[in-house]
Ligand binder design. Structure first.
Ligand SMILES: Cc1cc2nc3c(=O)[nH]c(=O)nc-3n(C[C@H](O)[C@H](O)[C@H](O)COP(=O)(O)OP(=O)(O)OC[C@H]3O[C@@H](n4cnc5c(N)ncnc54)[C@H](O)[C@@H]3O)c2cc1C
Length: 442
């Protein structure tokens, strides 16, 4: 009793402590459950700490505003349910068609394409991926890889025939390079293209091909058996001999439809051979160079979205009678994320500007992709832990971001392989292959 009286006495003298205890009692009552915003109402971009817009042109600023509005208004309210079901929402194609004059063809020029600057295109992808990395991946594969392959390696007639419809999102494209046995070592791929009268016959297997299940136009990279070089072939969706299986049970980017595709004597007419890319470096390598710049932006974007969700959550969620945002440890984690986002952005921006000026080497692009995917992974892990239990469910934004980052770490060249490209440049020694030799069976 004596102790209780002492405590009551202290309380009387400490109104702040009293109100905290009162808040704890209230928050434990079911009717007073804390209200927490969910990700369908996506939070505003608050990670723009170094005022990125200050150094952007009017076109670039506008690209950000437009893509941000599109992603938060049209995509955010619908994305979680489709991510959970691992389905691509068909209506998103309609949203993109409705906005084709803004997004169609991205940075490509002519043929009905938008013709944005590369920086504006990267910022578009960034604002899309801040909200949903699956949408950004769909868009990059369609415009940045499939359309770009035709743009870089196709004849004038092929560009006229395919690009305008793709720029309107009337035809969707995918990019089939990876094979079950040749991922990082893609230049050794085994799919073959054999010359026959009037065209080519493709045989082989491709894996992980994004957008493929509903693509009209498949850009398939195969070994030309006449030259032994890897070249591109346009395969139309109805081609006989092509079978496709959706890859099930994928953890990240669940809205993106990845497929395992088998080609058995698939005929491609001569006018669908992408003859201008005469080997790996001048064909697929060129397309990957630009798309890797885009991918360097994805960790920036996903981390921005995770930061925005985490910041809002910390401000709304109370424990021990106070908002989580008021605790020093939480502020340090947030600021660590914020600092990482600033450095990732500056790296991505720098390499994009260098590419725009024609000054970037592949090893500089691979460094940006590798470095940002490494740091982005740390950022989303921080966001996930900041949200505690709710960091494990998709309702509050960060669990999906956490999962999606994993794919970015691996696709468009894994972290390791991109590092090896830069490593080769800085040391002068290629370290992709080692001295391992299989034991010969006697
Ligand atoms: C969600 C998703 C979407 C994708 N979309 C597409 C697409 O649209 N089109 C397409 O063509 N491909 C696509 N890919 C494939 C992607 O590009 C490959 O997964 C990637 O290149 C890695 O190849 P792999 O999975 O076969 O791994 P592997 O090459 O088997 O590598 C496994 C591990 O070994 C490491 N490793 C490999 N070689 C070395 C080495 N020499 N030294 C050190 N470490 C090494 C890798 O870094 C990795 O950690 C996609 C992949 C994913 C996950």
């Amino acid at each position: 009793m004596q102790r209780l009286n002492t405590l009551t006495g202290h309380l009387a003298q400490a109104p702040e402590l009293q109100s905290r205890l009162q808040a704890q009692v209230t928050s434990s009552h079911p009717s007073a459950e804390q209200k927490l915003s969910t990700v369908d109402n996506f939070p505003p971009n608050k990670s723009d700490f170094y005022k990125f817009d200050l150094f952007l042109s009017e076109e670039e600023k506008q690209a950000r505003v437009t893509a941000r509005a599109f992603a938060t208004e049209k995509i955010a309210p619908e994305m979680v349910q489709y991510w959970e079901k691992a389905e691509f929402p068909k209506q998103w194609l309609q949203y993109l068609k409705d906005n084709a004059s803004t997004f169609g063809g991205s940075f490509l020029k002519g043929y009905g394409c938008r013709g944005m600057s590369l920086m504006a295109a990267c910022l578009t992808v960034m604002e899309m991926a801040r909200v949903d990395a699956s949408l950004a991946t769909f868009y990059m594969v369609h415009c940045g890889l499939a359309m770009e392959s035709i743009y870089l390696c196709g004849s004038e007639e092929q560009k006229q025939r395919y690009l305008p419809a793709m720029a309107k999102f009337d035809k969707i494209g995918c990019f089939a390079l990876t094979e079950p046995d040749y991922g990082s070592d893609a230049s050794s791929l085994r799919t073959t293209a054999k010359k026959v009268p009037g065209g080519w016959v493709i045989n082989g297997v491709k894996r992980w091909i994004g957008n493929a299940t509903f693509s009209d136009v498949l850009i398939v990279w195969a070994r030309n058996m006449e030259t032994n070089q890897v070249q591109g072939y346009i395969v139309n969706k109805d081609a006989k001999g092509m079978t496709m299986e959706k890859i099930q049970n994928k953890l990240p980017l669940r809205i993106v439809q990845n497929a395992h595709i088998t080609f058995t004597d698939v005929f491609v007419p001569d006018n669908d051979f992408l003859a201008l890319g005469t080997n790996f470096a001048t064909g697929v390598g060129k397309a990957l160079e630009i798309s890797r710049v885009f991918v360097a932006w994805l960790p920036v974007a996903i981390s921005m979205g995770a930061y925005d969700c985490a910041l809002r959550y910390l401000q709304e969620r109370k424990q021990f009678g106070a908002p989580l945002a008021s605790y020093q440890i939480m502020q340090e984690k947030l600021v660590r994320m914020l600092g990482t986002i600033q450095s990732m952005y500056l790296l991505a921006e720098r390499v994009t500007r260098m590419v725009e000026r024609g000054e970037a080497k592949m090893s500089q692009i691979t460094l940006a992709k590798a470095q940002n995917s490494l740091r982005g992974r740390e950022c989303v892990a921080l966001a996930r832990e900041i949200l505690g239990g709710n960091g494990n469910v998709t309702d509050y934004g960060v669990a999906k971001a956490f999962a999606d980052m994993e794919a970015i770490y691996t696709y468009e060249g894994s972290y390791e392989v991109n590092s090896l490209v830069t490593g080769r440049d800085v040391t002068g020694i290629a370290a992709f292959k080692n001295a391992y030799k299989p034991k010969s069976s006697k």
